[in-house]
Ligand binder design. Structure first.
Ligand SMILES: [Zn+2]
Length: 94
């Protein structure tokens, strides 16, 4: 499976039940619905090795790298908007 930079790995998250850190392991989808959810990349299923909790965690999250990427994209969009406006003004003034 290809991992996008926006994908978040909840493996090192706290377990919502016993608060153990780094005990979550990815769990296989156990139903058709879970498979669909996983395929869509919204949630991933995890199981806690400490207390046996099983549930879904958002697989789409922001880490520092993706936040940086978004900021770069925004800066590029902003720059493009200024350039486009500049060109349009030039054309309009002719
Ligand atoms: Zn747990």
């Amino acid at each position: 499976m290809s991992e996008l930079s926006f994908k978040r790995d909840a493996t090192f998250d706290k377990c919502p039940k016993c608060k153990a850190v780094g005990k979550l392991r990815r769990s296989r989808a156990q139903s058709f619905f879970e498979q669909v959810v996983k395929k869509m990349g919204i949630f991933n299923y995890y199981r806690c090795r400490e207390c046996g909790w099983r549930g879904k965690r958002f697989s789409f999250g922001l880490n520092k790298t993706s936040l940086k990427t978004i900021l770069i994209y925004l800066a590029l969009m902003f720059a493009t908007a200024i350039i486009v406006r500049f060109i349009i003004q030039k054309i309009a003034l002719k």
